[in-house]
Ligand binder design. Structure first.
Ligand code: SF4
Ligand code: SF4
Ligand code: SF4
Length: 297
């Protein structure tokens, strides 16, 4: 029997912004925090750090929205940023070494030992999630705490959430609970309330009850895999082209519109942050992949 799909439900209307989940994620996954003085300088926002990084798989996001209520002028839109475990995961398609893969329960897992640090996954992801970790030259992202799931436990972030803004279980059940909550919020006057993730990217395995609509939480409308996926697929089908020329073509034509609050970068620009060893390794693996696919055609 096929394994049932699981999902996490984040209900932004229940979240108090305590960041207990962020801390629990670091603790369980043994990811160090910045310790030096002013390592995360205060920027005027409750959000800290301001973005994901190689040692931070989860960031609670804080946005202030005008409420139109003179007695309480601002509403906080508190969101959650981590991997969304997409059904049509762009990162899996872009991964040059097979390090990222789908589990039957819907989780997008990765094998750290296989990662060559090429960061193609980061460029492909419409949510700009996987991050490069300089200390071991590999990427890191949320694993849905697979090690805990295998022991029958819920993810660490879910376990720690006091107001039950986070739930975990059967995906269909999470959708049902999320929709119910949206109906409740709409009746309370939050006209833009919606459940995000039911259909996006073929269906996400992190669903979000957005009290103020998904834009308020920085979630993209109708996210699409980056164009580099199409380019890569097209290049893979090219026959009779030397592998070196193909790699040069990839470098010249990849325009990784990373979006999600970041400027556009080309793959060549991205490569400037890599070590020579990483560049050589990534190019070698892409060449091998293309040569293998050409042989199979
Ligand atoms: S632990 Fe729960 S309430 Fe606290 S920030 Fe995380 S999701 Fe929100
Ligand atoms: S959110 Fe990005 S990293 Fe996570 S599964 Fe989707 S494409 Fe991959
Ligand atoms: S599921 Fe695990 S790895 Fe993912 S954000 Fe929660 S605690 Fe972190």
């Amino acid at each position: 029997m096929a394994k049932k799909e699981v999902a996490m439900l984040f209900d932004a209307s229940h979240c108090t912004g305590c960041k207990g989940c962020q801390v629990a994620c670091k603790q369980w996954n043994m990811l160090p925090a910045t310790l030096e003085k002013n390592g995360n300088p205060f920027t005027g926002s409750y959000q800290s750090p301001m973005d994901l990084n190689g040692n931070t798989r989860l960031v609670m996001t804080f946005d202030e929205q005008e409420s139109g209520n003179k007695f309480q002028e601002l509403n906080f839109a508190i969101g959650r940023r981590s991997c969304y475990h997409c059904t049509d995961a762009a990162c899996v398609k872009a991964c040059s070494s097979g390090a990222l893969f789908h589990m039957k329960n819907g989780v997008v897992a990765f094998d750290t030992d296989k990662c060559n640090g090429c960061t193609y996954c980061q460029s492909a992801c419409p949510f700009d999630v996987p991050r490069f970790r300089k200390t071991d030259g590999r990427i890191d992202k949320c694993t849905m705490c697979l090690d805990r799931l295998e022991e029958g436990q819920v993810p660490a972030c879910v376990k720690t959430c006091q107001p039950e803004a986070l739930r975990f279980g059967d995906r269909e059940e999470m959708i049902r609970i999320g929709m119910q909550r949206v109906e409740f919020l709409k009746k309370k006057g939050f006209a833009k309330a919606e459940l995000y993730g039911v259909t996006e990217m073929g269906g996400l395995h992190i669903l979000t009850v957005c009290k103020h609509g998904h834009e308020a939480y920085g979630l993209p409308t109708n996210p699409k895999p980056n164009k580099m996926i199409d380019t890569m697929s097209a290049m893979r089908t090219v026959t009779g082209v030397g592998a070196a020329a193909v790699v040069a073509g990839l470098a010249a034509t990849f325009v990784a519109a990373r979006g999600y609050r970041r400027k556009d970068v080309t793959i060549e620009e991205a490569k400037q942050g890599w070590t020579q060893e990483q560049r050589d390794k990534a190019d070698r693996e892409v060449k091998e992949l293309l040569a293998k696919e050409a042989r199979n055609q």
